[in-house]
Design a protein. Structure first.
Length: 121
């Protein structure tokens, strides 16, 4: 499945594969700082976009890779969460959910993966 706009050209599977370098960097930083997350479940990964049009486009495309389980207004903007049909696998972990927030007004983010969240009980 190929996705094309005037500014973006992505194969959706490549977009998911791009999570690996991001996750490697995050886990290297956690290790460097001595933070052990080995006992915690990795709840989701977040993919940011720059504009609302892109949010709507990716919301539709991510719906083809999984089920939209929640779209809630948080901080005055919608944030969608998808349960992926095929989890993102990284270092013996499976990430089942992807979060897609629409951009905050007057906040500028480059498109790409932004954060991960763990469940800490």
């Amino acid at each position: 499945m190929m996705y094309i706009t005037s500014r973006y050209k992505y194969n959706m599977n490549e977009l998911i594969i791009q999570a690996t370098p991001f996750l490697e960097k995050i886990f290297q930083l956690l290790e460097k700082d001595g933070i052990d997350v080995s006992e915690y479940e990795l709840d989701h990964i977040c993919y940011r976009v720059e504009i609302n049009e892109r949010y709507n486009q990716l919301k539709n495309k991510f719906s083809q890779l999984g089920n939209l389980i929640n779209e809630e207004e948080i901080g005055g903007r919608p944030i969608s969460t998808f349960r992926l049909n095929q989890p993102i696998e990284f270092a013996e972990r499976k990430i089942n959910c992807l979060e897609l927030p629409s951009p905050k007004m007057n906040s500028f983010y480059s498109e790409g993966y932004e954060h991960i969240e763990f469940i800490i009980i």
